[in-house]
Design a protein around this ligand. Structure first.
Ligand code: BES
Ligand code: MN
Length: 456
């Protein structure tokens, strides 16, 4: 077992360089969903490959998929009897819009006080950099007691569409004891967290078609059913007055929460006041019988992610639109499945849609809900590393976000993920002015260095 002390000293001595490198990584606008950023996504992959090689990884490759590439690297010199950790990360980021709400250009990272601002700073280039820096530090100051493999994808933010295929084609290469996934965040700067569950996701595009072209709303209003109105009514019917989703059978497979689980949720330091502060919403909303932490971690939802129809520019236009479109998604919990959710949504639409319109539903992407083992060797090693770093035991929490890779690794390789991360609730991930709390990032990096020097 190597001593983490030297690794921690290395991290402190290299802080400025590591920060410069993180800024360079964030400066690459690797927005996976936008075709115009394809080359930037590729540049981020290349940047990572160079960094992996520099810290001494072998067999570093940027491997193509039918979408954005996967970056792979390994270091297997700890030997056959040592455990192997697969470190997962994603180097793609969300779009920046609405751009006008950013107080700086999203890809020109800017440090203000303790925060580094920029798209992807927290989700999750900062977390990938923390992992790289921690491995570098342990390797530099003595031999790593564990074998390391890297699985760095460029399509997490668009549903990891080609990752399943990739994992199936690289089973041998990805074989490991567990996957470390630092994409799940933590509760607060003084509350190290291990995440034991993620919600799944089923994402859809719903289109409602009426007349064959946009019409004069005076000449035809009153005889042609307005698709925007129909879409609004369909959407409005998807929840009841108590915040429950009305799709037929939606809750049938939802595992009820046991007494012990509810007790654990009740003990979590998640307050409605903090949620109001972070979101700025005037009042919280949701199923009244469940605590906020339960509604986020253990209850399914249906959200409208976007709406488009008719005239939305400045001024006015008297139009009866030909189409209306909504982006809808459901967050799922065990044992719901994306496929069954799609069937339920189709059934709902068949029952409710009037004959005056035509509709189409397209499933865009999905992720399975997951629960991870809260007491595996990997979790124990991470818990010890977090405790050594923060001086307190980590919190265990089920999170509301989704990460496709976790379900895919389990499905195709039977591998469990150890979920953690050093992003904070007020990092504004996916929002304007995303930021990373640098002291927490550095602490998290130290915790990972402790993990890698101990888990042999
Ligand atoms: N890091 C997040 C997921 C996350 C957020 C986990 C908060 C735990 C707490 C990840 O990058 C993400 O945003 N995932 C997408 C996945 C989707 C597109 C399949 C999500 O959850 O919307
Ligand atoms: Mn994200």
């Amino acid at each position: 077992m190597s001593d983490a002390r030297d690794a921690l000293a290395f991290l402190r001595a290299n802080r400025d360089r590591h920060l410069r490198e993180l800024r360079a990584f964030i400066a690459i606008p690797s927005v996976s969903t936008l075709a115009e950023h394809r080359d930037d996504v590729r540049r981020a992959a290349d940047w990572l490959a160079v960094r992996l090689s520099t810290i001494g990884m072998t067999d570093v490759k940027v491997l193509p998929t039918r979408g954005h590439p996967v970056v792979y690297g390994e270091w297997l010199r700890a030997g056959r009897t040592a455990p192997t950790v697969l470190i997962y990360g994603h180097y793609d980021v969300q779009p920046v819009d609405p751009l006008e709400l950013w107080t700086m250009p999203p890809f020109v990272p800017e440090q203000r006080g303790d925060h580094l601002y920029g798209r992807g700073a927290s989700d999750m280039k900062g977390q990938v950099a923390a992992s790289l820096n921690a491995v570098e530090a342990v390797m530099h100051t003595g031999a790593l007691p564990v074998n390391i493999k890297w699985l760095l994808e460029g399509e997490e933010e668009i549903g990891s569409e080609h990752l399943g295929e990739f994992i199936r084609a690289h089973k041998r290469q990805l074989a490991c004891d567990f996957c470390l996934n630092p994409d799940a965040g933590m509760l607060a700067p003084d509350k190290p967290t291990i995440t034991t569950g993620l919600r799944g996701l089923a994402y859809f595009e719903l289109k409602v078609f009426g007349p064959t072209k946009d019409l004069h709303s005076g000449m035809f209003g009153g005889v042609v059913h307005n698709p925007a109105q129909v879409l609004a009514e369909l959407i409005a019917g998807m929840h009841d007055r108590h915040g429950k989703v009305t799709l037929p059978g939606f809750y049938e497979r939802v595992r009820p929460l046991g007494r012990v689980e509810r007790e654990a949720f009740r003990r979590l330091p998640v307050s409605d006041r903090q949620l109001r502060a972070v979101t700025g919403a005037p009042k919280l909303w949701g199923e009244p019988k469940f605590l906020s932490a339960e509604r986020i971690g253990a209850r399914p939802t249906l959200e409208v992610n976007g709406l488009l129809s008719g005239f939305t520019g400045d001024g006015s236009k008297t139009v009866l639109p030909a189409v209306a479109m909504a982006k809808l998604s459901c967050r799922l919990v065990p044992d719901q499945t994306p496929r069954e959710t799609e069937r339920q949504l189709r059934t709902y639409l068949k029952l409710r849609a009037p004959k005056t319109i035509r509709w189409t539903l397209t499933a865009l992407h999905s992720a399975d809900p997951v629960l991870t083992d809260p007491d595996s060797p990997g979790v124990r090693a991470l818990a010890a590393a977090l405790q050594a770093t923060w001086g307190k035991r980590p919190y265990f929490k089920r999170e509301g976000g989704s990460i496709g890779a976790v379900g895919l690794l389990r499905q195709h390789l039977g591998i469990d993920s150890v979920l953690t991360g050093f992003g904070l609730p007020d990092d504004a991930i996916h929002s304007p002015n995303e930021r990373l709390h640098l002291p927490t990032w550095q602490r998290g990096t130290e915790a990972l260095a402790r993990l890698f020097s101990s888990c042999g």
